[in-house]
Ligand binder design. Structure first.
Ligand code: ZN
Length: 245
């Protein structure tokens, strides 16, 4: 019994290590496709035609989301059912400039009241941009270059974990700034609020594993001022405290 438990534990540890270093789960293409198609088949059988009727001809998102492509960051952490609710744009490092047209579509055509720019702890794109990525593909270099500019001003020495998180935050602030420039009129008219946040699956902020921590609202970075912002007015004091720094 003891041997089995240790074996299982070791398997989990090794799987965790592979994922942490950027590896992928060991799976053949046919196994991966089977998992997807089988899940989709369950999805089809579990839903009725009426479930799709509300959005046959139009979408109704409440949120334009710019987040990282990282597999550990998913909309389940934001809403129980993201279908027809989240207009999602994803790229490495949750960048606005790389996907400006898609962000424009969510803000200017779908008129979502919130643009959420969501970075995350242990972001591989931010980590890569902190070092030498000249050996990467031209595509990756072109995307990371958008991160490197703001990050290059950050400290080069000191505790790496701290600097990594600091750069994740700096990148979120930078992307909010870009968005503010693009949608300043909508923000000025109160039709749009740009929220910058960090999805924290390592509990770096001590607010709970999986917490969305808001660090920027329309360019305001001060936590007390964020908590006092109109956009937070429907949240309880307890929620205000846990979702900010
Ligand atoms: Zn990332």
């Amino acid at each position: 019994m003891r041997t089995v438990s240790l074996g299982v534990l070791l398997t989990f540890l090794l799987a965790g290590l592979a994922l942490a270093s950027g590896g992928s789960a060991k799976m053949s293409p046919q196994e991966a496709l089977k998992e997807v198609i089988q899940h989709n088949d369950r999805f089809v059988r579990e839903h009725k035609a009426e479930d799709f009727s509300a959005y046959q001809t139009a979408q109704h998102p409440i949120l334009t989301l710019v987040t990282c492509s990282d597999a550990r960051v998913q909309t389940e952490a934001l809403l129980p059912e993201a279908i027809d609710r989240v207009f999602a744009i994803r790229n490495i490092g949750n960048q606005v400039g790389n996907s400006q047209g898609s962000v424009d579509y969510g803000i200017l055509h779908l008129h979502t009241p919130i643009l959420l720019i969501l970075g995350h702890t242990h972001c591989g794109a931010v980590k890569a941009a902190m070092g030498d990525y000249s050996g990467e593909t031209p595509g990756i270099i072109a995307e990371l270059d958008h991160l490197h500019l703001p990050l290059s001003r950050g400290p080069k020495e000191g505790d790496f974990e701290k600097r990594w998180l600091q750069n994740v935050e700096e990148n979120v602030h930078y992307q909010v700034k870009q968005a503010l420039r693009a949608y300043k009129e909508k923000v000025a008219h109160g039709e749009l609020v740009i929220v910058g946040a960090v999805y924290d699956f390592i509990n770096a902020y001590g607010k709970g594993f999986g917490r969305v921590v808001i660090i920027d609202v329309n360019g305001e970075k001060d936590s007390a001022k964020i908590r006092a912002h109109q956009v937070m007015s429907l949240l309880s004091e307890n929620l205000k405290a846990v979702c900010t720094k």
